[in-house]
Design a protein around this ligand. Structure first.
Ligand SMILES: Cc1cc2nc3c(=O)[nH]c(=O)nc-3n(C[C@H](O)[C@H](O)[C@H](O)COP(=O)(O)OP(=O)(O)OC[C@H]3O[C@@H](n4cnc5c(N)ncnc54)[C@H](O)[C@@H]3O)c2cc1C
Length: 409
């Protein structure tokens, strides 16, 4: 029996295990998934919890999402021993593998910024919404917030879903307006980037949306430490806050570093087209856990898994992998008041205006606010649980298409 070991039962790990269980002969391949949590979180749902969404809609039991014929091993990964093709669990158990898929994602690390985790501040007037617990705590804090300076802040990149902090700022603006509180709140968006987003065309569109909403942009702000009611940057700029909503540094799992498999952020270096480790020929890293130069997003996990599955079957037959992942990402950007926009891009092409997936028809508008985009974002939750995670086919090409896109001057 050959052994495929998948580390992590998040978005990428669950999808890949379910897809490969359909494709790999059950008499030939054992598939085991290692996961530390009982709950699988739908992380895009965290964005809505602070504004009143029911927290229970953001998770399901991990075991219920894996097909029969897949073994779920509950436990914490201590390290990978690549030279021995074994994984060591925290309890001391060793799991041998023939092929290993690392899909343990990234997690927010507030401990990496001095002062952020200070018990007088953390989850008192400094919050994150990148964890379930953080999003729930923030929902209570927002309800108590009397007004003042609300700063939405990104510590450093890469982060998963790089548009999520912008979405938070747009939703906060709309939520405060609904409550008749907007004139009592100064909204600030502080980012280490030179503009609202990484790519120039999207940065222009999203920056204009911040302006329209009178959300002050603080660009090029690299935080050095968090103090009582102020952020201090490496170049000694200060930003005062009454309520800070921060995205802490995102890092891969610590076991990746202990295994000698990661870079300085514990991300696994991989070939950008095949997701094969640059160091080991029987280790792949999928989803947020790798160092691909594209967004860390569920959509990237999905499109790359589509390419990976056929490649993997070739790889284990000893054939060259012919599929090439192009960095395709698409993300709905919730902009408040029942509207949203969509961005679609890859390694080579930045987000451009136009329509998706059908040229001229859409129904989704690229880089343009519309109610249909908002409904698309909400419908995505259903698609996630019922189509993507079970590994069912999605009638959308994994490769990005230029059809329907309008390059700007
Ligand atoms: C607020 C927010 C909003 C988002 N919105 C969007 C969106 O609109 N669209 C989009 O495409 N993406 C969005 N994302 C990003 C998306 O959720 C992630 O990119 C996606 O979940 C990555 O999948 P993954 O499998 O790589 O990692 P994850 O889904 O994070 O899974 C990693 C798994 O590994 C497990 N694990 C980690 N370390 C260990 C260990 N040592 N031992 C055992 N198990 C371990 C974890 O428990 C976890 O279950 C959002 C993310 C956040 C936080």
């Amino acid at each position: 029996m050959r052994r495929l070991l998948v580390l992590g039962a998040g978005t990428a790990g669950t999808m890949v295990a379910n897809k490969l269980r359909r494709r790999l002969d059950r008499d030939e391949w054992d598939i085991t998934v290692v996961e530390q949590r009982d709950r699988h979180y739908y992380q895009p749902g965290f964005l809505f919890i602070p504004f009143g969404a029911a927290p229970a809609t953001a998770f399901r039991p991990t075991g219920s999402l894996l097909r029969s014929g897949i073994t779920l091993r509950r436990g914490e990964i201590d390290r990978v021993l690549p030279a021995e093709s074994e994984v060591l669990l925290a309890g001391g158990e060793r799991l041998p593998y023939d092929q290993l898929v690392i899909a343990t994602g990234v997690e927010p690390r507030p401990d990496q910024t001095p002062g952020m985790l200070d018990p007088d501040r953390w989850r008192r007037n400094v919050f994150d919404f990148y964890t379930y617990e953080g999003a729930v705590a923030l929902s209570h804090a927002l309800r108590r917030f009397p007004g003042g300076r609300l700063v939405v802040h990104v510590t450093d990149l890469p982060i998963k879903c790089p548009v999520a902090p912008l979405e938070f700022a747009f939703l906060a603006d709309a939520w405060l307006r609904e409550r008749g509180m907007r004139d009592r709140v100064e909204l600030v968006y502080a980012t280490p980037l030179a503009g609202a987003f990484t790519k120039p065309v999207a940065a222009r569109h999203l920056g204009a949306m911040l302006d329209e909403r009178k959300i002050a942009l603080e660009p090029d702000f690299l935080v050095e430490r968090v103090e009582e009611h102020r952020l201090v940057s490496y170049d000694d700029r200060e930003i005062a806050y009454d309520l800070l909503v921060t995205v802490p540094l995102n890092m891969g799992a610590e076991y990746v570093a202990r295994s000698g498999l990661g870079d300085e952020l514990n991300l696994v270096p991989v070939d950008r087209h095949t997701l094969l480790s640059t160091a080991w020929s029987n280790i792949f890293a999928l989803g947020d856990a790798n160092d691909l130069p594209t967004s860390k997003a569920g959509s990237v996990a999905h499109f790359s898994v589509e390419v990976f599955v056929d490649n993997f079957l070739q790889h284990v037959r000893g054939e060259p992998m012919t599929g090439r992942f192009d960095g395709h990402a698409n993300c709905f950007v919730e902009s408040g008041a029942g509207r949203g926009l969509l961005i679609d891009f890859n390694y080579e092409t930045e987000p451009l205006p136009g329509s998706y997936p059908l040229p001229g028809v859409g129904p989704f508008r690229l880089l343009k606010e519309s109610p249909v985009n908002h409904w698309g974002k909400l419908a995505f939750r259903w698609l996630y649980w019922n189509v993507l995670l079970p590994g069912r086919p999605v009638p959308l090409p994994a490769q990005m298409s230029m059809a329907g896109k309008h390059p700007e001057e």
